[in-house]
Every structure is written in C-alpha cells, then in structure tokens.
Design a protein around this ligand. Structure first.
Ligand code: F6R
Length: 636
C-alpha cells in the first residue's frame, strides 16, 4: 500500500469517531428523538429496534432526559429488542427484559403493550412460533425505523454469532465462546452463563431503515477494524452491515484506535507528523522490516510509504537517531529519579530525593503483579513508598479459604486460651453461613469481612517482603466496591474523599496508578477515574501540581511501545523477587475465583508481559534486558 488509499477507500462503512462515548450517544439519542418528534407531530408511530449491554446505556439516559426535561413522549413508540438469553427469568439480574425496564422503560411514558422483548421463559416447543410472530409483528408495522446495535468481540450483532448467514431470522441460537466469556462478569462465573439465546436474525436487522452501531472502548478495536475494513463474511456478522444503505458506525477513540487511519495514518492519506506520529511510524517500520531502528534505510522508508517523514529530517540517519534517542531515554533504573544526575532527558526528576511515592493498587495484588519490580526498586533506593489498596477484593476469595482461616482462629484461641467462648460462637456462625448453599458467593457481611481480611493479610505480607513500612500501607476499602457481588455501585464523592484525604496526608511527589482502560466498567478503570477526580479536586494545592502521575497498565496488557515514557528494566534476580512478592497472594494462586480468560497464573502473565516488553526493546536495537516494566505519564 502506498500513499494512494484514503479513508473512504479503506473503510467500507460510514464511520464517525466521537471525542467520547457521551458525545456519540448524545448524537444517537438526538436522532431518535427528532424522528419520534416528527412522527408524533403527524400522529404516526415510531418503531425502534433496541439493544442491551453497555453500549447503548448513555443513549437511554439521554432519552430519559429528553422525556423528563423536554416532554418527549414515547406514547406512540413501539420497540423491539434484539435478544434475550434462553432460558432466562424476567426478574433475574441478568435478564435483558429487566435491563430494559431499569434503564429505559420505567422512566418514560411508553405503553407496556408496545414493548417487545424475546421471551426467555418460553417452553421449547413454543419458540419457533414465537420467533415467527416476532418477525411478522415488525413486518406488519412497516419495519424498524431506527435500529441501534452494539457489537460483540465475536463480531456478533444481536446474538448472531459467527456462522450466522444474511438470511437468518429471529430464532434460538448458541452463544459463541467469546460471548460467554464476556458475559461471565455479569453472571459471576462462565459456567453460569446460559449458552443459548433468542435473537433477531441478520435479515431482520438489515431490513431496518436506519442502523446505528455503537462501539466504545479499546476492547472493541480489533473487531471494529475487521467489520469496517475487511470484506463481508459470515465469520463476522457485523460485516453484513456493509450492505446496508443507511448505516453509521459510531466510535470513540478507543474502539477506533485500530483503524488504519489511526494505526497507519501515513498509509491512508496526509499524516500530521507530530512527534508522537514520527515515533509511531519509525517503530512500525522497524517491526515490519524486523530491523533495529538504527539500521532502517532510505529504501525501507520509501517502501513503507514514509518518504514524507524522512524529508522532514533530511536523511534516514538523522531520523533514526532522533527516534532512537527518544526511546533510549525512556529506559531508567531509577523510577524515583537518580539523585545528583542531570535530569533534562530523564523520565523522572532527580530532586527531591528521596521522594514520597504512592502506589495505588485497585485490587490488593495489582501493585506487585503490574509493577512489583519498580516497587522494589523504589523501596531499595530509599524512597518513602506508600501503598494504597483501593478495594478490599473480598469477593475473590474461595469459601474454603474463609473456612481454613476460621479454623485457625478457633485453634489459636484454644491453644492460647484466649476468648475461647466468643471465638467458638463466631466460628459456628461463620461456618454455618459458609455451609448455606443458597448463598451465591460470600455476600454475607461476616463472610465478606473474613475474606477481606485474608486479602489484607496477603497484601501486608507482600509489602513486608518488599520492605514497605506497615504505617505506609493503606487499605481504602472504597465503598463503591462493597456490594458483596460482581455488580458494583457507582463511584460517589465518598470514594473520592477517601483518596483525597490520603493524598493530602502524604503529599506525594509521585503517584503510580493502574491505567487500565481496557474494560471501561471494570474495577481498574473505575479506580483510576476516582484518582483523576481526586486530583482534579485538589488542583488548587501547590504540591499536587508538582506531582508526577505514572500509569502502569493494569491487567495483562502493556502500553504500546510508542506510549511508554518510563521503562524500568529488571534483572533475572529482580524478576524472581517480584514473583515471590506475587506468591504472597495465596488466595489468588493456582486457580483464583476470577481467573479471567487467560489460563496462565497471575505471576506467569506478569512475567510474560515484562519479558515481551524487554524483547521488543531488544529487537529495536536497545540493550537486552531480562524484563521491563513500563509506564506512561498522565499529564493533568
Ligand atoms: C445486546 C446485544 C449484543 C450487544 C453486544 C455488545 O442486546 O444484542 O449484540 O450489543 O454483545 O455488548 P456491550 O454493549 O455490552 O459491549
């Protein structure tokens, strides 16, 4: 590909990239509202096709606002939802019927008889006729006016999983493995997810007059690139929308990030050669040609469509050197700054030394998993290191562990003759609760309390191992997390105040936080936003403006190399020490309660990731390290 392709030639469906999901959602809500208004004015009905899941949530919020504040009436609106799990009781937490009432219908003036949602309680023999009636009802109304869609990582629209043809109608389907994995977080565990659903077919969706497909956040980036830039295939049902005449894909920066226009803008048109793009392009070329940066030639740049970039520098030699130096300067063994060193080109300032650093850890083990090596270095280099565990992580402990620790308590009190009666009473209470099989997980306060303590003990043990003083360990137990179930409460000022108070007490020079935006509803992203909000509210205080915020990438992803602003190398011994710190989290070892989609243990994932980063630096022509932990600075 040369410079000749533009976005329109590469992208096979109309795409709009919004600054945020809020903006994109407002756009969809406005379109829906204006259609309803014009239909209401001429006494006509509006037929909407609705989706559940996280993608349309803000559209519904905005429609409710239009209803409440602007008097938008839904009396003449008829809705058809895309799908429902099967079997599914309407009042279950995960029921799509319940979802729709909670997030929309209970708050607007729609008539109940105008709401259509596939029925998860049907007897198997009744499903076929129900599905045929569903399609006929849509047909009888003249079809759907506006259909809103999300997209699954499998490429599904509705629950039309890979393999669904363009001729499919409403029917019972099997869910894809990826869909089941993604739904696991709503059901507590993968095994609880129904493996079937009733869904509108591709044909029924494609017949809608107008389609808005929304995708927010990075987890959708891969599937969006395929649906937008690759050909139509039943392996990716969303690609059928390329045949639709009035479809719009609404994306945010995250979901659009893998589109060629952002990944390789130099291939899709005129590129704005800002410093970031220059770095990205050179790294891209080095990886594509499998050459270290300093060995890239004018020929390579030409073949890669990057002649305009070389021209900026005059020669490949000067360009290579500039990017090489930038990358080299990200590497430092002094995450808290090197005392006495010239820090003009170092990621961290030399002064003050030692620094006060706070490591925020969303769960009690993210600190050591994601930045254990850096954490150890900070302590060893004499900084005052504080660790703030944002949530208790209490739902991620097996009952068996709670039982074992209760046994220990009882044994302890008997052996040393301390409070035997009281402890025995408590013991029977807890073990009784643990035996109650009707309980889903450990939602009883007492059981949760014990589980929280188990995780606290593990975190303290890891901190002790790393040399952190006990007075510098802070358990914030943020209230938003304490629901006792997978579903969390929204963050409130109470959460933010707790973080603010700690920041005001410590007045750190450095903050480390988990910058994981991969799952916008996940605990990591919620915890990060709470920190950002706390910082925002503290901006009036002089010390905060002097504080560097370093984001480690939580979970199992690493920053793209062009995003890394500080790379801390680890020796084999340091990596081993980090592994031992992770081992202190015994309740999460072997097979944890929430293993996610990855079969590897947490320490293995961490090591693989840190080794991969080191390998990448090595391949680009830098010193070969055993492992590297990477950070990106948050500039507020
Ligand atoms: C929901 C539906 C699904 C979702 C898709 C994306 O009614 O039909 O296709 O739209 O799984 O889910 P979220 O929006 O939660 O990422």
């Amino acid at each position: 590909m040369g410079n000749s392709m533009n976005n329109k030639q590469i992208e096979r469906v109309p795409v709009r990239v919004f600054k945020s999901r809020e903006e994109g959602s407002k756009y969809v809500a406005r379109e829906i509202a204006s259609l309803i208004r014009s239909r209401n004015a001429s006494n006509k009905k509006t037929v909407l096709g609705l989706a559940t899941g996280s993608s349309p949530l803000e559209v519904y919020r905005e429609l409710i606002r239009f209803h409440k504040e602007d008097g938008l009436s839904f009396k003449d609106v008829i809705t058809f939802n895309l799908d429902e799990y099967y079997p599914m009781k309407p009042d279950s937490d995960q029921s799509y019927r319940r979802f729709m009432y909670e997030h929309l219908f209970n708050h607007i003036d729609i008539a109940r008889e105008n709401v259509n949602i596939p029925d998860g309680t049907l007897a198997p023999d009744d499903i076929d006729s129900f599905c045929a009636d569903y399609d006929s009802a849509i047909e009888a109304l003249g079809g759907i006016d506006i259909q809103i869609l999300g997209i699954g990582r499998s490429g599904h629209i509705g629950f039309n999983e890979p393999g669904s043809t363009i001729a499919t109608e409403t029917r019972l389907v099997n869910l894809d493995e990826v869909t089941i994995e993604d739904a696991a977080k709503d059901f507590g565990h993968k095994d609880n997810v129904p493996f079937r659903a009733i869904t509108m077919g591709v044909k029924s969706i494609i017949k809608s007059k107008k389609v808005f497909l929304m995708a927010w956040g990075e987890p959708k980036a891969d599937v969006i690139r395929k649906a937008v830039e690759e050909g139509v295939t039943d392996e990716l049902p969303a690609s059928y929308l390329q045949h639709h005449e009035d479809v719009l894909f609404l994306l945010d920066k995250g979901s659009a990030s893998k589109l060629s226009r952002f990944e390789y803008p130099w291939l899709t048109g005129i590129c704005d050669w800002n410093p970031y793009m220059q770095k990205k392009a050179v790294i891209w070329l080095a990886r594509k040609t499998k050459k270290p940066v300093l060995k890239l030639t004018e020929e390579d740049y030409k073949a890669g469509g990057l002649t305009s970039l070389v021209r900026l520098y005059g020669s490949a030699y000067d360009l290579n050197l500039s990017i090489y130096n930038q990358l080299q300067r990200t590497i430092t063994g002094w995450p808290g700054g090197k005392p006495g060193a010239d820090d003009k080109t170092r990621p961290e300032r030399s002064n003050p030394f030692p620094k006060r650093s706070i490591v925020f850890s969303p769960h009690p083990d993210d600190d050591v998993i994601s930045m254990g090596g850096t954490f150890l270095r900070l302590v060893e280099q004499g900084h005052e290191v504080h660790v703030a565990y944002q949530t208790s992580g209490n739902i991620a402990v097996f009952d068996d562990d709670a039982h074992r620790f209760s046994d220990f308590m009882l044994g302890f009190s008997k052996k040393f003759g301390v409070a035997e009666k009281e402890i025995e009473g408590l013991y029977h209470q807890v073990t009784g609760l643990l035996k109650d099989t009707r309980r889903k997980g450990g939602e009883h306060e007492m059981v949760l309390g014990i589980k929280g303590l188990i995780r606290q003990g593990e975190a303290i043990s890891a901190c002790r191992f790393c040399g952190v003083e006990e007075s510098n360990i802070h358990f914030l137990n943020l209230p938003f997390y304490e629901t006792g179930s997978v579903k969390k409460s929204p963050v409130s000022q109470a959460d933010i105040d707790i973080i603010k108070q700690l920041l005001q007490e410590v007045r750190p020079h450095q903050i480390y936080a988990a910058g994981d935006l991969h799952d916008p509803h996940g605990t990591h992203a919620v915890c990060l936003n709470a920190i950002f909000e706390a910082i925002e509210q503290l901006k009036g205080e002089s010390w905060i403006n002097d504080c560097y915020v370093w984001l480690y990438r939580g979970a199992w992803h690493e920053w793209d190399i062009e995003d890394i602003e500080m790379a801390v190398p680890l020796s084999p011994e340091e990596l081993m020490k980090k592994r031992k710190a992770i081992f202190k989290h015994q309740s999460q070892k072997d097979s944890p309660v929430f293993p996610g989609k990855d079969k590897r243990e947490f320490w293995q994932r961490a090591e693989d990731r840190n080794r991969a980063t080191a390998r990448l630096y090595d391949e680009l022509g830098f010193t070969e390290y055993e492992a590297i932990e990477a950070f990106k600075r948050y500039h507020f």
